[in-house]
Design a protein around this ligand. Structure first.
Ligand code: HEM
Length: 462
């Protein structure tokens, strides 16, 4: 066998580090994208001693870190390394953070929520909540056609998640949950952390130790809500649904504790609604910015509904709409970055990865890699025609890869088709102006200003 020389991962030149460090703190998505253009498919930002952040932007590396060697790369440990964000305290030992046997057990239990039957059972709640929202929009746009779709879709998806996974007929203070969650996420945004670093370094010379506590306040609010729901659950004060039904059964058999229920609630609040809401928001934005594509989606929908009128939108085969949703997830993958900690020394493609290194993949950059995506920044659903997409499995990772891939992806697809389809069937969408929205990337890709679209009611929906 040919002997392969082991090389260190090429390092960012030392004199460039300060400028990249500031860029990463201010806008990590933009900074990583710019660095991948400058330094290629693998490069390292050295930290202390041997440890480093290794950035990769190539399908072969994605395959190595997320699939072939997945057990040697931990997401939970990478999150714990950046404990200052408070994310580790928030997510506890839920499915997102765990590894090994602990993860296996949680995954086995939660998988039950994503069978076809379980997914289809959420339809009445989706329809009820979506119906309320579209009715609200219909009366609202008579006064003002400009709608804050981002906010409204977030609340919609949160309500659907709470009712399908916790209790179908309980009154939740969804606005309070939403505010505590967005406040908590904002408090660990890189921008907040940047200001924290700046303030603490300015105060240090005066002997003051500036503590970063902002996310703790929001976390305390969420904890209150979570433990309130848990106490009422185990006291049988409401009829649980989905996730909470599974967790209550395990709690009553002494398999899990109250804290485990709290942790899983936090993991679902973190992963299960904002992601889908964001995917739907960007899909609607892309359709508003490309009205010819929007018209084609509407035609496909209306033709299918005319052909098989008794079928629900959820059951229709809508290949063009599917391509549109995939293309939106290519350009704006809601979860845009992956981080893993290396458990031990490893070699990938001849490059040395030291134990404890953090590996970072930006799906935002990978999805615009010029070698795989000729359309680059352009919205082009034909990227997902069968022939075009062939061989790009590891160049397209909106839901991840390997066994830690998104457990909720089938549910997300199901919800997206119903919600996008139903909105396009009832409203014509246009953008507020022709300016491409700037991106604000914390953990999820959002527009810098909440996305608003102009809605015009279509009167003759079949
Ligand atoms: C369009 C919507 C969604 C997107 C783009 C998305 C994306 C992702 C991605 C990229 C990961 C893997 C992250 C990594 O490997 O580091 C992930 C994991 C996860 N997602 Fe989603 N997600 C979506 C919807 C959902 C929904 C609806 C649920 C639950 C109802 C959910 C629950 C989870 C959980 C629990 C994990 C962790 C899985 C594990 O570690 O085994 N997601 N998601």
């Amino acid at each position: 066998m040919e002997h392969q020389e082991i090389r260190p991962v090429p390092k960012i030149p030392a004199y460039k580090i300060p400028v990249h460090a500031v860029g990463l703190l201010k806008n990590p998505l933009k900074a990583i994208h710019q660095m991948t253009t400058q330094y290629g498919d693998i490069f390292a930002l050295p930290l202390y001693k041997k440890s480093q952040i290794v950035f990769v932007n190539h399908p072969d590396y994605v395959k190595h870190f997320l699939k072939d060697s997945q057990d040697a790369y931990s997401r939970g440990k990478a999150v714990k390394q950046s404990a200052i964000t408070g994310l580790d305290k928030f997510l506890g030992n839920g499915i997102f953070m765990s590894d090994g046997d602990d993860w296996e057990a949680q995954h086995k239990l939660l998988k039950g929520l994503f069978s076809t039957t379980a997914i289809e059972s959420t339809l009445p709640i989706i329809e009820e909540e979506l119906g309320k929202l579209t009715q609200k929009w219909q009366s609202q746009i008579e006064q003002n056609p400009l709608v804050n779709v981002e906010h409204d879709l977030n609340i919609l998806m949160l309500r659907i998640m709470l009712r399908t996974q916790i209790c179908a007929n309980k009154t939740f203070d969804d606005h309070a949950i939403y505010e505590a969650l967005t406040g908590r996420m904002e408090a660990s945004s890189v921008k907040s952390l940047f200001w924290f670093q700046l303030k603490s370094s300015l105060l240090k010379p005066f002997g003051k130790n500036y503590q970063y506590k902002k996310h703790d306040q929001y976390l305390a609010k969420l904890e209150n809500i979570a433990f309130g729901l848990v106490e009422d659950l185990i006291a049988h004060k409401y009829q649980p649904n989905g996730l909470f039904q599974l967790l209550l059964a395990d709690y009553e058999q002494n398999k899990i504790t109250k804290t485990n229920i709290r942790d899983q609630f936090m993991n679902f609040v973190f992963a299960a609604f904002d992601t889908t809401a964001t995917a739907i928001t960007w899909t609607l934005y892309n359709l508003a910015a490309n009205t010819n594509v929007q018209q084609k989606v509407r035609q496909e929908l209306q033709q299918s509904l005319e052909l098989i009128p008794h079928k629900h939108l959820a059951q229709l085969q809508l290949p063009f709409l599917q391509m549109v949703m995939k293309e939106s997830l290519r350009l704006y993958p809601p979860v845009w970055s992956y981080a893993r900690e290396a458990a031990s020394d490893d070699v990938v493609n001849g490059f040395q990865i030291h134990a404890k290194s953090i590996v970072v993949i930006s799906s935002y950059s990978l999805h615009r890699h010029p070698k795989y995506w000729q359309s680059g920044n352009e919205f082009d659903p034909s990227n997902f025609e069968k022939e075009q997409f062939k061989g790009k499995n590891f160049a397209y990772i909106p839901f991840g890869q390997g066994k830690r891939m998104c457990i909720g992806r089938a549910l997300a697809d199901y919800q997206m088709q119903i919600i996008v389809g139903s909105i396009i069937n009832q409203f014509e969408l246009t953008t507020n102006n022709n300016v491409q929205p700037s991106i604000n990337a914390n953990i999820i890709i959002k527009a810098l200003e909440p996305l608003r679209l102009r809605l015009n009611r279509i009167t003759d929906t079949p």
